[in-house]
Structures are given as C-alpha cells and as structure tokens.
Design a protein around this ligand. Structure first.
Ligand code: COS
Length: 388
C-alpha cells in the first residue's frame, strides 16, 4: 500500500476541506452559476490550500495523497458544486497523472512542481469530434520530422483548455496502425505555436467549468515530449487507460459527495414541507424515496473506498474502477431524481439548489467513460476471467 500522507495530517486536512466546502464554496455557488466563472479569490484560496497538488508526490511539491485519501477528500470537496472540483480536477487527475505515472524524471522535474502549486493548469486532450468512447480510434496525427513531431488535429470538450499551461495530448504516431497501438502521448506546452483554444462550450450544467475545442495546426514538438521519452513511442493508449482507471475512482468519489449533498437537501425539505397536515417526511412514500437514496449512498461510498484500497494495494483496479464508476454515478443520478421528486414543483424551480445539482450531476454518467463503456469493460473482463 502506498503511504500517502500521515493519517493525523490527513484527518486535519479533510476537516479543513470539509469546512471550506460548506462555509466558503456553497455560499458562492449561486454567484458561480450567474457569472459562469469561479471568483478569483476562491481560485487563490484553493491554490493556497494546496488543492491543485493533492495527488502530486511530495517530492515535487504536492501533498501526495494516496488513492483512498484522495477519494475521501474529493468526496468532502464535492459536497459543494462540482464546478469547484473541475478547476483542480485535471491537475489532480487526468491532466497530470500521465506525467506522474509514466513521465521521465526530467519531465516530472519540469512540470510537476508548477502543476502541484496550481501555477500551471494541466489539461487532458484525448477526445475528438469523431472519437470519444472509441479512444483507440484517435485521428489527430503526430507526423515525425527528424527528431520532432508535428501535430495536426482537433480535440473536443477539453476541460480547462482555456486555463491550460500544458496539455497531455494523445495523437497517432503510426498511421499504419489504426487502433490503440499507433497512439502516443505528448506533453505539449499550451503556448506552443499552432495551438488555438476555441470559445468555451455552453453546457447543460456545471456552469463555471470550462471545456473547449483545441485545434492543433502544425504544432511542432521534440520527440523528448513523448510521455516517458522516445522509447514510449506508440504506447500512449495504455497511459490514457491507466490515467482513466484512476480517474474513474475519482469520479466515483465525486458522485458520493454530491449524493450526500442531495440527500441532505431532500431530507431537510422533507422535514420542513407540510402536506396533509404533517411534514412530508412522515408520509411513507416519501420515506421510501429517502430510504432508497440512503441505501444507494451507503453502497456507493463503500464501493469507492474498497476500490481505492484495491488500487492502492495492487497498483491497478481496472474491473473494480469500472464497477465503481458505473454504480456510483448511476446511483447519484437516481438520488438526484428522487431528491428532486421529494421537492415536488419546487424542485423544478431554479431558486432551489436541487434543480442545479440535478443538471450538474448528469455529466458524471458520461465523462471519463460513459456508463455503457463501463458495462463493456466489466463484461469483457468478466467473460475473459472465466474463459481463461
Ligand atoms: N489499463 C491499462 N491498459 C489497458 C487498459 C487499462 N484500463 N485497457 C486496455 N488496456 C490495454 C489493453 O491491455 C490492450 O493492450 P494489449 O494489446 O497489449 O493487450 C490495449 O490497451 C488495447 O485495449 P483494448 O483492445 O481493450 O482497446 P479497445 O480499443 O477495445 O478499447 C475501451 C477499450 C473501449 C475500454 C477504451 O477505448 C475506453 O476506455 N474508452 C472510453 C474512453 C473514455 O473514457 N473517454 C472519455 C474521455 S476522457 S474525459
């Protein structure tokens, strides 16, 4: 098991983040929704707290949480709007983990301190207009030119692209191999000539998060920018998959944090709101909705913790991470639906938080692998294990 930070230090940090989410972030949620951005003073506070470097190893200036600790901390942070998490999410997770997991010592020295402090935002550029679930079908090309590569292509829905200082970019380096085998991962500074970041997308929820197309036109980078160095040519798909496995545990923890928030809101409403002469929480059908939320939440939380422990112990948890992401995000969707139902007509009105949380949570079943991709991974591995 990887050590993570000392247990006492971690418990203190957890309390600080829990308080920060409840006392600082939740009161700012409506402003974020209206302004479609996170106030600068909150960004600065998140930097000061070291949140950008939660999972960066301590030797590079991060806090160095292990995966079980990261899961508990992300659950606490995600009691508040998911938008706040998205600001640090690519540095803690998918944008940076390729460098943490597979980078050379030089690449780590160059990039991880800035990523840990939040001075550099790292962004993960995998998805394309024609390739999301089929990650091995990447069309962005990186053509060799001497000891350089020249990248051309478009990436889509790239979180934090407008804020990025560096992209981890997945591009095809061997056109003769159309699938996962011909893909490499590159570290591309965002100021490299030829990169255009489009205007951020308008989305259903999670206002204040920034996703955009990123267009690469003749972007020239040296072969030393391949994650892990030139020897890792054509091995980028595995880096992407490893990053996503870990990311799926992270997303599961987000679902639990939001699930708890929605259940608390629905419970408070059930205690206050009266119909037929008594609080609706005293009506058994409403109790049934609350009970189903609580059972889903307990199961989801237990699954995240167990999966995080497995990842920490074994260094991977492919089947388990897909099970967790599938179950926890679907459970959060069910909790959102019931919590809104408990609110009745009020739940459909934007002055109630549940309307916004319901929209925000919808994305969890889609990004970092849709529920259907998780089903596919789970089923393939289940069949393969019995067939072996
Ligand atoms: N960890 C490490 N290696 C992995 C892996 C994982 N989780 N999953 C697959 N690999 C390896 C395989 O072992 C295989 O290597 P070998 O050829 O040496 O055996 C290689 O990668 C190709 O794997 P596979 O044949 O399973 O690839 P597929 O093209 O069939 O794709 C899925 C597999 C669908 C699971 C993959 O494309 C995927 O996860 N898609 C969803 C992507 C996603 O989450 N997109 C969201 C974008 S980021 S917000």
């Amino acid at each position: 098991m990887s050590s993570g930070v000392d247990a006492d230090v971690f418990e203190q940090l957890l309390q600080v983040v829990d308080r920060f989410a409840r006392e600082r972030l939740i009161p700012a949620e409506k402003r974020v929704e209206e302004e479609n951005d996170i106030p600068e003073e909150i960004v600065a506070e998140m930097r000061e707290m070291g949140l950008f470097g939660l999972s960066t190893p301590e030797e590079y200036g991060g806090i160095g949480l292990n995966v079980p600790q990261e899961a508990r901390l992300i659950e606490a942070l995600c009691y508040a709007s998911l938008t706040f998490r998205s600001l640090i999410g690519t540095n803690v997770g998918i944008g940076a983990q390729g460098i943490v997991m597979d980078g050379t010592p030089e690449q780590k020295d160059e990039w991880l301190p800035g990523i840990a402090s939040g001075e550099v935002i790292a962004s993960f550029a995998l998805t394309e207009p024609d390739n999301g679930s089929d990650a091995g079908g990447i069309r962005t090309m990186a053509r060799r030119d001497g000891t350089d590569f020249v990248i051309n292509g478009t990436k889509r829905f790239i979180t934090n692209a407008v804020r990025a200082g560096v992209f981890t970019v997945f591009a095809r380096t061997d056109p003769s191999r159309p699938g996962a085998d011909g893909v490499s991962a590159f570290i591309v500074p965002a100021n490299t000539p030829g990169i255009t970041v489009a205007t951020p997308d308008r989305k259903m929820g999670q206002r204040g998060t920034k996703t955009s197309d990123v267009i690469f036109e003749d972007v020239r980078i040296p072969e030393t920018a391949i994650i892990g160095g030139p020897d890792n040519l054509n091995k980028g798909f595995r880096t992407a998959m490893k990053v996503l496995d870990r990311g799926r545990i992270h997303v599961s923890a987000m679902a639990v944090g939001q699930g708890q928030r929605m259940l608390d809101i629905a419970t408070d409403y059930a205690l206050e709101r009266k119909q037929f002469g008594k609080p609706i929480g005293e009506h058994q059908l409403v109790q049934g909705l609350l009970a189903d939320c609580q059972a889903d939440l307990h199961a989801a939380r237990a699954l995240v913790h167990a999966t995080a422990e497995t990842f920490d112990r074994e260094g991977k948890a492919i089947l388990e991470a897909s099970c967790a992401k599938y179950f926890c995000t679907e459970a959060a969707g069910r909790i959102a639906d019931r919590a809104l139902q408990i609110h009745g007509g009020a739940g459909y009105m934007s002055e109630y938080d549940i309307e916004r949380l319901y929209r925000d949570i919808r994305l969890l079943r889609i990004y970092e692998g849709t529920s259907q991709i998780q089903q596919l991974v789970i089923a393939r591995r289940t069949l393969a294990a019995r067939a072996a």
